[in-house]
Design a protein. Structure first.
Length: 135
């Protein structure tokens, strides 16, 4: 992988992290102009970029209870991305792995979140068990 491709991937991870934290209200208003964005830096629900430890990759981002594997590639290989996300979720001790795929030439909010059907069934069951409203 060239440095340009690595920079593109790192930029996509950063964009996803910032988008999710802003959408979830984890950043203070006007955070882009401040040296520190967090409302509460110790909140376990902050979307974070984990430090890689050892030989087992733990994913690009942690968005509890999900491990996010961020992909910004010209050719899209969904099956590979989902397998990688699931493997890294196991390494990180999280129940769900999902791939976040950049939509070419689109805004970050237009990216795709992809999971296999088995993971979707687990998420659906967890929502239903928690009594989440259906509407």
């Amino acid at each position: 992988m060239t440095n340009r491709n690595k920079a593109k991937g790192t930029g996509w991870e950063r964009d996803v992290r910032h988008f999710l934290n802003e959408a979830l209200g984890k950043y203070v208003p006007g955070w882009r102009d401040l040296p520190y964005p967090w409302r509460d830096p110790h909140d376990p629900d902050n979307v974070t970029r984990p430090a890689q430890q050892g030989v087992k990759d733990v994913g690009d981002l942690h968005a509890r209870p999900f491990v996010l594997e961020c992909k910004a590639e010209k050719g899209i290989r969904l099956a590979d991305y989902v397998r990688q996300a699931n493997r890294e979720a196991v390494h990180a001790g999280f129940p769900y792995g999902v791939a976040v795929v950049k939509a070419p030439r689109r805004n970050v909010k237009d990216g795709y979140v992809v999971m296999d059907l088995a993971t979707f069934a687990q998420v659906l069951d967890a929502f239903r068990s928690a009594g989440q409203p259906s509407e």
